[in-house]
Design a protein around this ligand. Structure first.
Ligand code: C2E
Ligand code: MG
Ligand code: MG
Length: 703
């Protein structure tokens, strides 16, 4: 304490003692002495901090006041008190010390060494107390800060004892766990995790590493509701290193989990019907196939469903009703299968069903039949009764021999076959269908190349005038000179060409080739200037591409007059595209081009369209020619011929194969005939020869 002045207040009556004290303190440096007789003042000045130490004589007249001062609880006075007592009153002095005096001095023993040491000790001791108190206060404050952090934290915090028994929970933890403050205290902290696996993992990890960080766990609240949390926890240790307990934080991620789950759900489900989507279906199918391969489990079956005429519903009643129909069908399909089966929407009007664990090979067909049976009742959609049906393809897992993708593809192939048979049918896949599908695919590829490679040729079938038996024209019929498969007839490739749209460039090519051929013949035989060329036109050429422009070009290029070209279309073409078709037919008619309805009588029953379309020829379908001799039924031909005559149209009978048919036709009177009786379709050279030979010639049968 060197350098600092110690201020001493003396409250002493005994003059000898006072003298000794003065002498002791003034003999040493560093003490400033004040004296008082009034205990009240002493108290006041001490409280005001005016002195560093007080020496009080115990038998002062108002010593009781001083005793009060001394005996007030420590902490209310910052300066220490030394009691001065008569040697005979040492007991009172000791009592004073017990009550709070820093020390005591005895009269008669007040030598400088004793006095200054006692004063210095008292001051030092008081300072120590002050420091300790300050440290204590700092600790309390810091504790309060941490406690408020603990209590105010939005994350749940828990502390446990060594054995994991909960010691304390903050408010967020009580909220999270839904408990009153003390409900959980004493319980094993592991009991808040609902999964046994989480409990094991937590315990294992914290024992092995003394901490866990961001474990995703499910926590069960007191009300049994579950929350998802991230838990981090640490071991708390005694100074000795022994485990004292754990403490940890639970961060509630339930909402994030919900969003994640929703996203995951959306990624694997169809938004419209809430059914699994293709991705989830494939995943389940793959698992089922793998299981089947691994263990001798029951077989799986896949049903591929496609609504018949869904587009009609959508186009006529609107998308809202179309959507509602899909939703109702989704529900119906789910009703018809077991819990363990999967119904998925693959897109559009396509659904798939995975039957997992087929007991009996007939089960899938029963499911298909039940579905079709239920669809016989119409759906009630916004006041409309809507009938719909599905085509279903079925395939079996065959003991896991096929991949999931193969199975779905095969079911799809079988569905197509079912569709070909008409609406509301089902088909079970067989290998032949696959071969067929593969052939089709190959065909499509080859077909695309065939045009470039100039593999198509046109054959020509003569058309004869019935009355004179004279050749009046040819019908152009396309053939495909396939590099491996030989000469292919139209039915082997035209359906695919139609489906893929290749018919548009192909049809254009035929038109050009046939018209050019006609020009060659016209130029060679001046007497055959009225020879015509009949060319078949597909419906696709009407709806796509510029048919009128192409015809105009071809006529210009070849110099063939319009009336020498005849276009054959089917009834369905004009019916499917009435307004556009009428306009195009009129434009063609203006160029003088002949227009013929092919296969007449097989399509629409309404004939009223004949008045609206600028047609000039009806080609009687060959099935009616066949009926004529096979069933002695002339009715249809007679009607068509009469109709044509009334409307000022020509009638051509096609497919005339026998003399008998020809004879009968003579009585009915179509203007011209065509058929194997005269000639099958001929290649260019043979057709040229036919033209040269003059007519009539001996009947030629197809070769
Ligand atoms: P289509 O226009 O009705 O042609 C007549 C079909 O009947 C031809 O078959 C012809 O070979 C066949 N035929 C001719 N006479 C007889 C007969 O006495 N008896 C029998 N049973 N059949 C006879 P093809 O050449 O196989 O053509 C089939 C169909 O393919 C054609 O029917 C036509 O619709 C279509 N087609 C042919 N070439 C083309 C073309 O270049 N473009 C378009 N769009 N279609 C074509
Ligand atoms: Mg034809
Ligand atoms: Mg025909």
């Amino acid at each position: 304490m060197t350098g600092e002045l110690i201020r001493v207040l003396l409250a002493v009556r005994d003059t000898d003692a006072l003298e000794d004290l003065r002498a002791a303190l003034s003999g040493e440096e560093g003490f400033a002495v004040t004296e008082t007789h009034a205990s009240a003042r002493a108290v006041a000045s001490l409280d005001g901090g005016g002195h560093d130490v007080l020496i009080v004589e115990l038998d002062l007249p108002d010593a009781a006041g001083l005793e009060n001062l001394i005996t007030t609880p420590t902490g209310s006075h910052s300066s220490p008190v030394l009691a001065l007592a008569d040697p005979t009153e040492e007991t009172a002095a000791l009592r004073a010390v017990r009550r709070g005096c820093a020390d005591y001095l005895l009269k008669g023993e007040l030598n400088p060494a004793v006095v200054t040491r006692a004063v210095r000790y008292a001051v030092e001791g008081a300072r120590g107390t002050r420091l300790r108190r300050r440290a204590e206060q700092a600790l309390t404050e810091s504790e309060q800060r941490y406690r408020s952090l603990f209590e105010q934290s939005r994350d749940a915090i828990f502390m446990t004892e060594r054995g994991g028994e909960i010691l304390e929970l903050n408010e967020a933890a009580r909220d999270l766990l839904g408990s009153e403050a003390d409900d959980l205290v004493g319980r094993d902290v592991l009991s808040i995790f609902s999964d046994a696996a989480d409990r094991d993992r937590f315990k294992r990890e914290i024992e092995a590493r003394s901490h866990v960080r961001d474990f995703e766990v499910r926590v069960r609240r007191q009300d049994q509701a579950e929350r998802w949390c991230l838990v981090s926890a640490w071991v708390r240790r005694e100074p000795t290193g022994e485990v004292a307990g754990y403490q940890g934080i639970l961060h509630d991620i339930t909402e994030r989990k919900r969003v994640e789950d929703q996203l995951a759900h959306d990624a694997f489900h169809d938004a419209l019907t809430q059914l699994p989507n293709r991705a989830l279906f494939m995943d389940r199918l793959e698992r089922a196939v793998a299981r089947r391969r691994r263990v001798d489990a029951k077989d799986v079956a896949v049903l591929f469903l496609d609504l018949d005429r869904f587009k009609v519903v959508n186009d006529s009643l609107g998308h809202m009703i179309g959507d509602e129909l899909l939703r109702q069908i989704a529900r119906l399909l789910q009703d018809e299968v077991r819990e363990e089966d999967t119904v998925a929407r693959l897109g559009g009007d396509e659904f798939a069903i995975l039957l997992d664990g087929v007991e009996d090979a007939a089960d899938p067909t029963h499911v298909a039949e039940r579905i079709q049976e239920r669809l016989r009742t119409p759906f009630r959609l916004s006041g409309h009764d809507v009938f719909t049906s599905v085509s279903i393809g079925i395939t079996f897992g065959d003991g896991g021999m096929h991949s999931a993708e193969d199975l779905l593809r095969d079911a799809d192939t079988a569905m197509y076959r079912a569709k070909e048979l008409g609406p509301a049918r089902y088909q079970i896949f067989d290998e032949a269908m696959h071969t067929h599908a593969v052939t089709l695919l190959q065909l499509e590829t080859d077909l695309r190349l065939a045009l470039e490679r100039k593999e198509f040729v046109v054959h020509y079938q003569p058309v004869m005038q019935l009355a004179s038996g004279e050749l009046i024209g040819f019908e152009a019929l396309v053939r495909w000179q396939h590099p491996n498969r030989g000469l292919l007839q139209p039915q082997a490739f035209l359906p695919v060409a139609e489906e893929t749209g290749l018919i548009v460039p192909l049809g254009e090519w035929v038109l050009r080739a046939a018209t050019r051929q006609l020009r060659i013949w016209r130029e060679r035989e001046a007497s055959r200037r009225d020879l015509f060329m009949s060319v078949n036109i597909s419906g696709r050429q009407f709806s796509h591409g510029d048919l009128v422009g192409v015809v105009r070009d071809v006529l210009e290029e070849t110099g063939v007059p319009g009336p020498c070209l005849r276009l054959e279309i089917t009834e369905s073409v004009v019916m499917h595209n009435p307004t556009g078709a009428v306009r195009m037919l009129r434009q063609l008619r203006e160029m003088g081009v002949g227009l013929c309805i092919d296969d007449f009588g097989t399509g629409y029953s309404s004939l009223s369209y004949l008045h609206d379309f600028p047609i000039d020829t009806l080609k009687i379908d060959r099935s009616f020619v066949a009926r004529m001799t096979e069933m002695d039924d002339h009715e249809m031909i007679a009607t068509i011929v009469a109709l044509a005559r009334n409307m000022g149209l020509q009638a051509v009978a096609e497919g005339v194969e026998t003399q008998e048919q020809l004879d009968r036709l003579r009585q009915l009177g179509p203007s011209s005939v065509q058929g194997f009786l005269f000639s099958s379709p001929l290649d260019e050279a043979a057709a040229s020869a036919f033209l040269d030979e003059g007519l009539p010639v001996a009947p030629r049968k197809p070769g």
